[in-house]
Design a protein around this ligand. Structure first.
Ligand code: IMP
Length: 193
């Protein structure tokens, strides 16, 4: 196993996805692994701003090189909502079922269902911040389908597939997903160091 680096998350799904993508090139530690149990503020109004806040917090308080991601689901007919507020679309807390239900309600009767997931990763190595972006285009379905993945996966139909993210095996989602692409860009950079 190579160098240790913190991924500033405790989301088990994301950790599993990223460890699967990274393989044995890097040892990925979670916030729990380094004993960080506090809520890191995510008060910026952009994905890049929030990713940087999280990564800098870990570097400053725990000393580890760290990367953090922030993801938003951007729906054209909703003027880009839920966007940077995707985790709290239906109110405080992280209730994916409520968020997804509200999204479908707000798109009732709407024909243009185009949307994209965007992930921004911020890597803090030393003092320097670097950013990596991944994007996947698709549409919001009219009903949830599938029980894999997490978050908005049951209602996101990528343009490159004919089933929702929640109906795909993890490897198929990772190959085309926003996080898969942003992580590939991060790994490409790390492999050149
Ligand atoms: P976060 O900033 O990565 O925590 O993501 C913000 C919101 O987007 C959360 O509500 C997640 O459930 C949702 N989200 C992030 N990544 C994905 C994904 O790959 N599929 C579906 N929803 C996601």
């Amino acid at each position: 196993m190579g160098k240790k680096i913190v991924f500033a998350t405790n989301n088990a799904h994301k950790l599993q996805e990223i460890r699967q993508i990274v393989g044995d090139k890097l040892e990925i530690l979670s916030l729990a692994d380094i004993g960080c149990h506090e809520d890191i503020p995510e008060t910026a109004d952009t994905l890049a701003g929030n990713a940087e806040l999280k990564a800098r917090y870990v570097k400053e308080h725990y000393g580890y090189d760290c990367f953090a991601d922030d993801t938003g689901l951007i729906v054209d007919a909703l003027n880009g909502a839920p966007g940077v507020y995707s985790a709290r679309y239906a109110g405080p807390g992280h209730d994916s079922v409520a968020n997804t239900r509200l999204l479908l309600k707000n798109l009732e009767g709407v024909e243009d269902r185009s949307a994209r997931f965007v992930t921004v990763i911020c890597l803090i190595g030393g003092d320097e911040a670097r950013f990596f972006e991944g994007k996947v285009e698709g549409v919001i379905t009219r009903e949830p389908a599938g029980c894999g993945g997490f978050g908005y996966d049951p209602v996101f139909l990528p343009a490159e597939a004919d089933v929702t993210f929640a109906e795909m095996p993890a490897e198929a989602k990772n190959a085309i997903s926003h996080r898969g692409r942003a992580t590939a860009a991060l790994l490409d950079y790390l492999s050149q160091l």
